[in-house]
Design a protein around this ligand. Structure first.
Ligand code: GZL
Length: 333
């Protein structure tokens, strides 16, 4: 009897040991929370197809890289981004990354992040500091060259229109006021048009990168041009979402988008390829939102003590309507 009890006790304790090991209690078990890199990411919002794809890329890549992502959506408000960054600082995250909704107004919060010793990575859009060198406040800026995107849109337009002398009236839907893409795309577009004096931007207003606002502003352009007896030949939209909204306004005005009004926009989202296949959009200049993998690689390199390039530029192309059907199946966003 006594021996039997001894054997039973031994069996139970062995079972207990296996149980504890199986629950990750041993060092081979799940990594301790401290092992994971913690990234605080402040996203602008969900204003466009581009932004949605950008957020999906960041979330999927963080999961893939085993990085603990704290993600905040600012609904396109700078004050919400600043609040989120301050909260990341309080939480003592390992790295902060964000896509700045506008270029300026980041001095205080970036000085706080620096003082806390938390490295900052800029994705998608750049910043300007009112004092000091902006480059001292972030480790790297990864994203597109928006000035080049504006140049590409204008160069495609001039090549497509083939009008060297007769007037070409352009209306422009700008992105968010004060944002790097809106400022730089406008500058790049106008830089090329300086060499083509018959091309004139006759109306220009922000559509805040959204379809709804793009439609609303295009309606006002059409109304005022009609009242002033002006012909609109071209729409240049700083993103595809505003162009798609404007296409609805053009059709509701009884005109044919892509024919009566030539449309060139930027991003290269699926919706733009579908509009080109339908003959309603003439060209989209690619601006890739798929920055997630590049961001996680940069974070791992940073934590491994490697130095990062201050500027990482994404490679992109130009897609006119005649390649849209062939290219659509390859599109990842
Ligand atoms: C560009 C990105 C812009 C897109 C818009 O990198 O910041 O913001 O062009 C998006 O679609 O809203």
């Amino acid at each position: 009897m006594f021996k039997g009890i001894r054997i039973a006790v031994a069996l139970v304790s062995a079972a207990m040991l296996i149980l504890v090991a199986g629950c990750g209690g041993s060092e081979q078990g799940a990594a301790k929370p401290g092992d994971k890199i913690v990234l605080g990411f402040s996203q602008i919002g969900a204003e466009s197809e581009w932004r949605t794809a950008n957020s999906e890329s960041i979330k999927a890549s963080a999961k893939e890289a085993g990085i603990d992502l704290k993600f905040s959506d600012a609904q396109q408000k700078q004050e919400n981004q600043i609040k989120a960054i301050r909260s990341f600082i309080q939480q003592k995250v390992d790295v902060i990354a964000f896509s700045p909704v506008v270029e300026t107004g980041w001095d205080a919060v970036l000085q706080e992040a620096k003082a806390a010793g938390i490295p900052v990575i800029l994705t998608d859009r750049a910043i300007k500091m009112s004092s000091g060198n902006a480059e001292d406040y972030y480790v790297t800026f990864m994203g597109s060259d928006f000035v080049e995107e504006g140049r590409r849109a204008a160069n495609w337009l001039v090549g497509f229109m083939k009008k060297d002398n007769e007037p070409v009236n352009i209306v422009e839907l700008q992105g968010t006021v004060g944002s790097a893409p809106a400022i730089d795309r406008k500058n790049g577009f106008e830089e090329i048009l300086k060499g083509h004096s018959n091309y004139k931007v006759i109306k220009s207003q922000t559509g805040d990168f959204t379809r709804a606002k793009g439609k609303e502003v295009m309606e006002s352009f059409l109304k005022s041009a009609k009242a002033e007896g002006q012909k609109i030949d071209v729409l240049f939209a700083h993103n595809d979402d505003m162009a798609i909204g404007a296409i609805q306004a053009i059709e509701e005005a009884g005109l044919k988008p892509g024919k009566d009004i030539i449309i060139v926009s930027i991003d290269g989202v699926k919706g733009a390829f579908e509009a080109m296949i339908a003959g309603k959009l003439n060209c989209t200049v690619e601006c890739s939102p798929l920055l997630g993998a590049q961001l996680m690689e940069a974070i791992k390199d940073l934590k491994a003590g490697k130095t990062l390039n201050k500027r990482i530029v994404t490679k992109e192309g130009v897609f006119p309507a005649d390649v849209a059907a062939k290219e659509l199946p390859n599109r990842k966003y």
